[in-house]
Design a protein around this ligand. Sequence first.
Ligand code: PMP
Length: 400
Amino acid sequence: MPIAFADRLNNVETSAIRELFKLLGKPGIISFAGGFPDSAMFDVDGIREAANRALADEPGAALQYGATEGYQPLREQLAAFMAGKGAQAVAPDNLIVTTGSQQALDLLGKTLISPGDKVIVEGPTFLATIQCFRLYGAELISAPVDGDGVKTDELERLIAEHKPKFVYLIPTFGNPSGALLSAERRQAVLEMAVRHQTLIVEDDPYGDLYFGAAPPPSLLALSAGVPGSRELLVHCGSLSKVLSPGLRVGWLIAPAELLAKATMCKQFSDAHTSTFAQATAAQYLKAGRMPATLARVRQVYAERAQAMGDALRRELGDAIDFVPPQGGLFVWARLTGAGGKVADGNVFAKRAIEQGVAFVPGTPFYCAHPDHATLRLSFATADVDKIREGVVRLGQALAG
Ligand code: PMP
């Protein structure tokens, strides 16, 4: 008998990226496709020490059921971590610990989206956000992005026209765009939030991964300077890209009323995030290892980003256009079609696989009006030599 699935599943399809990942098992493939950090960079010793200390100091708490809001010592450490990044006004009670920031996005979908509600996202944006919000029946509206992040004039026009339930942005080294929202545009976003009384969700898993100067402070931190904006801001954080995605530790900062509803929904979903993971993360942060870890990952990713940018210029020349990323894990690029070369990301991705290199074409990252010439290249998991070799193969795929 066919299984009668819920109607909400009609709004989503299996991710195109997952289909592509099936091909990555081919031997010898160099992958620029994943959204993963490099597992070779995990601070295994530090995490082992933190886990041991969690079990030695607080075995009851680390292995028992815990509060849905999160393990209090971790909430305190995360509030201090946010304060260190300029968001001084965050108290431990202003955040809940989530099972990755992915769960924070799911809780926002659950608490805020009724079928048919409008939500504005960037075009392009994080694929799992598109899928997650669609599962709750959202009608997604795409706001255009350039090298400085979302175009705020366009965004304001869309807010005025559609009166969305909320706006979802990845202002700092977005996935997939890698774009950094400029300081002026951050100010503009906060002001328009107040002007239109629109909730803004800031997803920020990459903000700590900057290569040169620190990026402008988060929207959350800047909201202190724009009266009335703090109560319209939701912020999602994560330890995944800087420490370990396997810990599944993220957090959600939101106005009290929304945080209470999200906590209620989390209770019915997973009761709480793994207490062992939370106690380990709390011990890790308490031990003061994060600054050195951040310095190390920033340096390695900066070298890889530079190597990829240089190699792309050398091997693909004017057939590709991109803004060198100032942080994050991705180069977002556009095929120009120069010299009659292939200008479609999907066609190029298939040819690239044949040459032994994988990346993700850009189209799945758009909720509407995809730009078929785009692609996302991750420089995170291949070392510099592999990156150079992979880009040579890209050049061959483009020529072939
Ligand atoms: N938001 C964005 C923009 C991401 O790129 C990711 C991970 N790829 C997530 C959220 C979810 O990360 P996690 O659940 O591991 O915190």
